[in-house]
Write a protein that binds this ligand. Sequence first.
Ligand code: RP5
Length: 164
Amino acid sequence: MQSIQIGVVMGSSSDWETMQHAVAILEQFGIPHEARVVSAHRMPDDMFAYAEGAQARGLKAIIAGAGGAAHLPGMIAAKTLVPVLGVPVASRHLQGVDSLHSIVQMPRGVPVATFAIGTAGAANAALFAVAMLAGGQPALQERLAAWRAEQTAAARAMQLPPAA
Ligand code: RP5
Protein backbone atom coordinates (compact mmCIF):
# COMPACT_ATOMS: atom_id res chain seq x y z
CA MET A 1 0.00 0.00 0.00
CA GLN A 2 1.29 3.48 -0.90
CA SER A 3 1.94 5.80 2.02
CA ILE A 4 -0.38 8.73 2.65
CA GLN A 5 0.71 11.79 0.65
CA ILE A 6 -1.95 14.37 1.48
CA GLY A 7 -3.61 14.95 4.83
CA VAL A 8 -7.04 16.59 4.91
CA VAL A 9 -7.98 17.93 8.32
CA MET A 10 -10.91 20.00 9.49
CA GLY A 11 -12.12 21.58 12.70
CA SER A 12 -15.42 19.73 12.92
CA SER A 13 -17.51 17.06 11.25
CA SER A 14 -19.74 19.98 10.25
CA ASP A 15 -16.93 21.03 7.86
CA TRP A 16 -17.20 17.75 5.94
CA GLU A 17 -19.93 19.07 3.64
CA THR A 18 -17.29 21.50 2.33
CA MET A 19 -14.12 19.46 2.76
CA GLN A 20 -15.48 16.35 1.04
CA HIS A 21 -14.97 18.28 -2.21
CA ALA A 22 -11.22 18.19 -1.58
CA VAL A 23 -11.32 14.49 -0.81
CA ALA A 24 -13.38 13.79 -3.95
CA ILE A 25 -10.68 15.38 -6.12
CA LEU A 26 -7.90 13.43 -4.40
CA GLU A 27 -9.89 10.25 -4.97
CA GLN A 28 -10.42 11.10 -8.65
CA PHE A 29 -6.65 11.40 -9.09
CA GLY A 30 -5.87 8.33 -7.00
CA ILE A 31 -3.79 10.27 -4.47
CA PRO A 32 -3.23 8.35 -1.21
CA HIS A 33 -4.80 10.56 1.44
CA GLU A 34 -6.45 10.62 4.84
CA ALA A 35 -9.24 12.80 6.23
CA ARG A 36 -9.90 13.48 9.89
CA VAL A 37 -11.27 15.96 12.41
CA VAL A 38 -8.52 17.82 14.29
CA SER A 39 -10.09 20.72 16.14
CA ALA A 40 -7.61 23.47 17.02
CA HIS A 41 -9.44 24.72 20.10
CA ARG A 42 -11.06 21.45 21.25
CA MET A 43 -8.11 19.13 20.52
CA PRO A 44 -5.01 21.36 20.64
CA ASP A 45 -2.69 18.54 21.74
CA ASP A 46 -3.89 16.30 18.90
CA MET A 47 -3.43 19.19 16.46
CA PHE A 48 0.19 19.66 17.54
CA ALA A 49 0.87 15.92 17.42
CA TYR A 50 -0.60 15.73 13.90
CA ALA A 51 1.49 18.66 12.68
CA GLU A 52 4.66 17.47 14.39
CA GLY A 53 4.35 13.99 12.90
CA ALA A 54 3.40 15.06 9.37
CA GLN A 55 6.87 15.27 7.84
CA ALA A 56 8.09 11.98 9.28
CA ARG A 57 4.92 10.27 8.00
CA GLY A 58 5.77 11.46 4.49
CA LEU A 59 2.90 13.92 3.99
CA LYS A 60 3.63 16.25 1.06
CA ALA A 61 0.88 18.76 1.91
CA ILE A 62 -1.85 19.27 4.46
CA ILE A 63 -5.21 20.68 3.40
CA ALA A 64 -6.76 22.27 6.49
CA GLY A 65 -10.33 23.58 6.57
CA ALA A 66 -11.98 25.49 9.38
CA GLY A 67 -14.67 28.06 10.02
CA GLY A 68 -15.07 31.08 12.27
CA ALA A 69 -11.89 32.05 14.15
CA ALA A 70 -10.17 29.54 11.91
CA HIS A 71 -6.78 29.05 13.53
CA LEU A 72 -6.31 25.39 12.51
CA PRO A 73 -4.36 25.99 9.25
CA GLY A 74 -2.08 28.62 10.78
CA MET A 75 -1.34 26.63 13.92
CA ILE A 76 -0.58 23.50 11.93
CA ALA A 77 1.71 25.54 9.66
CA ALA A 78 3.48 26.85 12.76
CA LYS A 79 4.39 23.30 13.81
CA THR A 80 5.51 21.74 10.51
CA LEU A 81 7.52 22.47 7.39
CA VAL A 82 4.97 20.55 5.28
CA PRO A 83 3.08 23.06 3.07
CA VAL A 84 -0.37 23.91 4.44
CA LEU A 85 -3.28 24.76 2.13
CA GLY A 86 -6.05 26.56 4.00
CA VAL A 87 -9.75 26.34 3.16
CA PRO A 88 -12.11 28.86 4.77
CA VAL A 89 -15.37 27.10 5.62
CA ALA A 90 -18.52 29.22 5.40
CA SER A 91 -19.67 30.12 8.90
CA ARG A 92 -23.27 30.64 9.96
CA HIS A 93 -23.08 34.27 11.05
CA LEU A 94 -20.43 35.81 8.80
CA GLN A 95 -20.69 33.43 5.82
CA GLY A 96 -17.00 32.55 5.95
CA VAL A 97 -15.53 36.03 5.63
CA ASP A 98 -14.33 35.56 9.21
CA SER A 99 -12.77 32.21 8.27
CA LEU A 100 -11.12 33.71 5.18
CA HIS A 101 -9.61 36.62 7.09
CA SER A 102 -8.42 34.33 9.90
CA ILE A 103 -6.63 32.02 7.46
CA VAL A 104 -5.33 34.45 4.85
CA GLN A 105 -3.93 37.08 7.21
CA MET A 106 -0.97 35.04 8.47
CA PRO A 107 1.79 37.30 9.73
CA ARG A 108 5.04 37.19 7.76
CA GLY A 109 7.15 34.09 8.30
CA VAL A 110 4.66 31.22 8.49
CA PRO A 111 2.70 30.92 5.24
CA VAL A 112 -0.66 29.27 4.64
CA ALA A 113 -1.71 29.10 0.97
CA THR A 114 -5.31 30.25 1.24
CA PHE A 115 -8.13 29.29 -1.11
CA ALA A 116 -11.67 30.53 -1.75
CA ILE A 117 -14.43 30.22 0.82
CA GLY A 118 -16.39 26.98 0.59
CA THR A 119 -16.56 24.11 -1.86
CA ALA A 120 -14.62 25.83 -4.69
CA GLY A 121 -11.78 26.48 -2.26
CA ALA A 122 -11.80 22.88 -1.05
CA ALA A 123 -11.72 21.50 -4.60
CA ASN A 124 -9.03 23.98 -5.67
CA ALA A 125 -6.86 23.19 -2.66
CA ALA A 126 -6.91 19.54 -3.72
CA LEU A 127 -6.20 20.45 -7.36
CA PHE A 128 -3.28 22.56 -6.15
CA ALA A 129 -1.96 19.62 -4.12
CA VAL A 130 -2.27 17.42 -7.20
CA ALA A 131 -0.29 20.00 -9.21
CA MET A 132 2.41 20.06 -6.50
CA LEU A 133 2.75 16.27 -6.61
CA ALA A 134 2.55 16.16 -10.42
CA GLY A 135 5.86 18.03 -10.71
CA GLY A 136 7.65 14.79 -9.87
CA GLN A 137 5.16 12.35 -11.40
CA PRO A 138 4.74 12.49 -15.21
CA ALA A 139 1.73 10.12 -15.20
CA LEU A 140 -0.07 12.34 -12.70
CA GLN A 141 0.83 15.40 -14.78
CA GLU A 142 -0.86 13.75 -17.78
CA ARG A 143 -3.98 12.99 -15.73
CA LEU A 144 -4.12 16.61 -14.59
CA ALA A 145 -3.75 17.84 -18.20
CA ALA A 146 -6.57 15.49 -19.27
CA TRP A 147 -8.77 16.74 -16.41
CA ARG A 148 -8.19 20.34 -17.52
CA ALA A 149 -8.90 19.43 -21.16
CA GLU A 150 -12.24 17.86 -20.14
CA GLN A 151 -13.14 21.02 -18.26
CA THR A 152 -12.26 23.13 -21.30
CA ALA A 153 -14.38 20.92 -23.58
CA ALA A 154 -17.32 21.19 -21.17
CA ALA A 155 -17.05 24.99 -21.13
CA ARG A 156 -16.85 25.13 -24.95
CA ALA A 157 -19.99 23.02 -25.18
CA MET A 158 -21.99 25.34 -22.90
CA GLN A 159 -25.22 26.59 -24.46
CA LEU A 160 -27.08 29.71 -23.44
CA PRO A 161 -30.89 29.78 -23.26
CA PRO A 162 -32.77 32.27 -25.45
CA ALA A 163 -33.08 35.76 -23.92
CA ALA A 164 -36.37 36.31 -22.09
C1 RP5 B 1 -14.73 25.44 13.76
O1 RP5 B 1 -15.96 25.82 14.25
C2 RP5 B 1 -14.99 24.35 12.78
O2 RP5 B 1 -14.01 24.36 11.78
C3 RP5 B 1 -16.36 24.65 12.24
O3 RP5 B 1 -16.30 25.30 10.99
C4 RP5 B 1 -16.95 25.59 13.29
C5 RP5 B 1 -18.21 25.07 13.91
O4 RP5 B 1 -17.96 23.82 14.52
P1 RP5 B 1 -19.16 22.96 15.10
O5 RP5 B 1 -19.78 23.81 16.18
O6 RP5 B 1 -20.11 22.70 13.97
O7 RP5 B 1 -18.54 21.69 15.61
O8 RP5 B 1 -13.89 24.97 14.76
